[in-house]
Design a protein around this ligand. Sequence first.
Ligand code: CO
Length: 216
Amino acid sequence: MRVLSDLFKNNQAWAAEITKRDPEFFQRLSKQQAPQYLWIGCSDSRMPANQIVGLAPGEMFVHRNVANVVVHTDLNCLAVIQFAVDVLHVQHIIVCGHYGCGGVLAALRGEKLGLIDNWLRHVQDSRERHGALLDSLKTETERHDRLCELNVVEQVVHVSRTTIVQDAWTRGQALSVHGWIYELRDGLLRDLDICITRPNEIAPLYQSAVTRLKGK
Ligand code: CO
């Protein structure tokens, strides 16, 4: 191996450690995955999905992109949601943002970073939707924290409004959409108290989540 041999060494040690504890682990997992959760998180290297919630391989289906954005026409994200809901029958979709998100900060500042500006435009739309709330805050740190939280709340609504989730609810499939945020400084998750389990909860729970964030 010419390059990145450390990573292959790490991989061998990791697989050996798991096999030592559970000799059948990989054999079993290679035949089937049955995760209960779909995680939609930020690509940030400090947010390793499974590790944060202590789940083993096989226990969580994962989609990550810059600033954990769910766009109605993003075929990549929609395909992940559809496979997770219709084929794997996950019971929970977790949208998890994080404080200190560089993507959210770039959107807040209106920075010019290149192609990604178009992606972050969706976060800027949220910034404008909640302009009055954000403008009432004194420091950029506060505005940044709040926009990280608001962005999660907006994306929870986007997930809940996809045809995939709407159709699942119409079929009577049990499916909850959660909004969480991760604090890099202590490694802990905060629940943003927006957990949507049926269509008529979207509007009132969105409203109460935003009101709570206003009063923070
Ligand atoms: Co981020």
